[in-house]
Design a protein. Structure first.
Length: 308
């Protein structure tokens, strides 16, 4: 039994022992109250292990469980030719279920700019995302993450284009019980004010955001004219529309510094909004994700009595 498996064994048997001490009998774990949030692992956190080896996409669920995680967030780049392969997707499900791991979402990249000012390119990008909505439904995920990539154009022009294009993907998601959520990944999508306007314009229960706590900045972070927003104020603005939280190890501040992430402050903002869901760890590389998980678990233990 390796070190991680020993730790998981101790954690699980310790929990069972606690149930026995409290009730005098082996209480079912399913009777425990739901946690105030659950902790997931984003596949991108350990992307070198997939790009350069030794891991294959089918190794993701077992690897996440070995490091203490109960849920996972896929990246389509690691099975990009398998979106329509139902046999392969079923194998992903079988492995995840065998590990007791929940499939949360698929992060979608490389399928074109859904905010492209060119109508033909935009339509192609929109349609490229439909297959991933259906793949996510097959995997029992709750969402796909898309990028609000646009092009040249004013605030209002890009808002109008994205309202139509993103809205069409959202409608397709609704047909399959899948949320379609946007992460702050550059350009106007990293301006929390614009994202709020987009959510209000689309106005659909399947539309939402996935705030990336690493920072919110328009333009090159290192450029003198970069517009860097206060990350905590941005998070407060976006949490009413959030269907998840993506956690980074550092946070980009308006003065250009990158201090270590204040997980407790971040999770307080999230929980104060009424959000309950998956907090995804998207940093750490494979030799650090267990520590990242334990940090977030410690914060959860600290906040549970306050937010239960």
């Amino acid at each position: 039994m390796n070190a991680m498996n020993r730790r998981e064994f101790v954690k699980r048997t310790g929990l069972m022992g606690g149930a026995l001490m409290v009730s005098g009998c082996a209480t079912s774990l399913s009777s425990a109250p739901d946690p105030i949030y659950r902790i997931s692992l984003a596949q991108w956190a350990i992307n070198p292990s997939f790009f350069d080896g030794p891991l294959d996409n089918l190794d993701f669920a077992p690897t996440a469980r070995e490091h203490g995680f109960e849920a996972i967030e896929y990246v389509n780049q690691f099975f990009e030719d398998r979106a329509n392969d139902r046999e392969y997707l079923s194998e992903m499900n079988r492995i995840a279920e065998g590990e007791g791991v929940t499939n949360v979402l698929i992060m979608i990249d490389g399928e074109g700019r859904i905010g492209d000012p060119d109508e033909a390119a935009r339509n192609e990008a929109v349609e490229n995302h439909f297959k991933w909505v259906e793949a996510a439904a097959h995997l029992n995920c709750h969402a796909i993450r898309v990028n609000a990539h646009g092009g040249p154009g004013s605030w209002d022009e890009q808002l109008q284009i994205m309202t139509d294009a993103y809205g069409r993907i959202v409608e397709h998601g609704d047909q399959h019980d899948i949320n379609v959520i946007i992460e702050n990944h550059g350009g106007l999508s990293s301006d929390p004010r614009w994202l709020v306007e987009l959510m209000q314009a689309v106005d659909h229960p399947r539309a939402g955001v996935l705030p990336d706590t690493g920072g919110f900045s328009r333009g090159d972070d290192d450029a003198e004219d970069a517009e860097i927003f206060d990350p905590f104020e941005a998070l407060e603005m976006l949490m009413p529309y959030a269907k998840g939280v993506s956690l980074k190890g550092t946070t980009r501040m308006p003065d250009g510094s990158r201090p270590e992430a204040d997980f407790e402050r971040i999770m307080r903002i999230a929980l104060d909004s009424g959000w309950r869901g998956f907090a995804g760890i998207e940093f750490g590389r494979i030799d650090g994700i267990s520590d990242a998980h334990d940090q977030l678990e410690a914060v959860r233990e600290t906040l549970t009595s306050e937010y239960s």
